[in-house]
Design a protein around this ligand. Structure first.
Ligand code: FPP
Length: 244
């Protein structure tokens, strides 16, 4: 039994919590502020939720920070998000190390600006020996793109005669995904800000995941909202298609 942050008992905590952080823009508009103010407040929620998950002993947290589709936003917003991400990575590096959190990233990282990629690489390297929690940022990430990338690599190996088509199983296939072999499938997904969809996030890995949708926008999603979500998770019955 893990004690939660507000004294409630949590009988089960997720092994891998994934979050679609949505609603920065709408939160900012509701305050009469610009979208970038929403992203900055969203970065503060990231810090708070990462720390809370670590304290709760959640072994893996994956955040959808920039989707493949987000490249279609105005250049000014993309640049501001990339700069914010870079600042966050430099600023929080010491905290990640102190809290024994390893940073990793998944996605088509080659598309990121070189300064953001350098910040990611340096923070990943600086936290490489941390083993208290894995924090994964999904950046320039799309589930369909990830599956297509896996198919390309796998089919090249089939063509080279290294693997036979009949030998391809779900387990073999998933070993070609970005999350393999260091992340288990998420067992709990939270999406903020009222949309009830998956939006191309971890399509393969979410097969048996418990889903949780809240109307709270990401910049307002803090410890109390996380606890509410985790209490909901602890009350779920997971049968994986079988009988109890
Ligand atoms: C969705 O809100 C959020 C994003 C596209 C980016 C997420 C980025 C952050 C939380 C801040 C920086 C991240 C890190 C890891 C430090 P939206 O812009 O789609 O909001 P809207 O749907 O209300 O317009």
């Amino acid at each position: 039994m893990t004690a939660d942050l507000s004294g409630l008992p949590l009988s089960v905590i997720p092994r891998h919590l994934a979050i679609i952080m949505d609603g920065n823009g709408r939160w900012a508009a509701s305050q009469g502020r610009g979208r970038l103010a929403g992203h900055s407040a969203g970065a503060e929620s990231v810090r708070v939720i990462v720390e809370a998950c670590r304290r709760l002993d959640i072994p893996a947290l994956t955040l959808y920070a920039f989707s493949e589709e987000n490249w279609g936003r105005p250049k000014s917003e993309i640049n501001a998000l990339m700069a914010l991400l870079k600042r966050f990575l430099y600023r929080e590096r010491a905290l990640l190390r102190r809290q024994n959190i390893r940073l990793r990233a998944i996605g088509d990282l080659g598309k990121l600006p070189s300064a953001t990629r350098a910040a990611l690489e340096q923070t990943a390297e600086a936290t490489a020996s941390c083993d208290g929690m894995i924090l994964t940022l999904a950046l320039s990430y799309g589930g369909r793109q990830e599956i297509t990338h896996a198919c390309r690599t796998l089919s090249a190996q089939v063509l080279a005669g290294e693997i036979k088509p009949d030998d391809i199983t779900p387990e073999i296939f998933e070993s070609y995904l970005y999350t393999s072999p260091w992340l288990p499938d998420p067992d709990f997904l939270i999406r903020t800000s009222g949309e009830i969809r998956i939006s191309n996030f971890l399509l393969w890995q979410l097969a048996y995941c418990e889903l949780y949708f809240t109307s709270t926008p990401w910049p307002a999603f803090r410890e109390a909202e996380l606890m509410e979500a985790l209490v909901s998770f602890a009350g779920r019955q997971r049968r994986f298609g079988k009988l109890e």
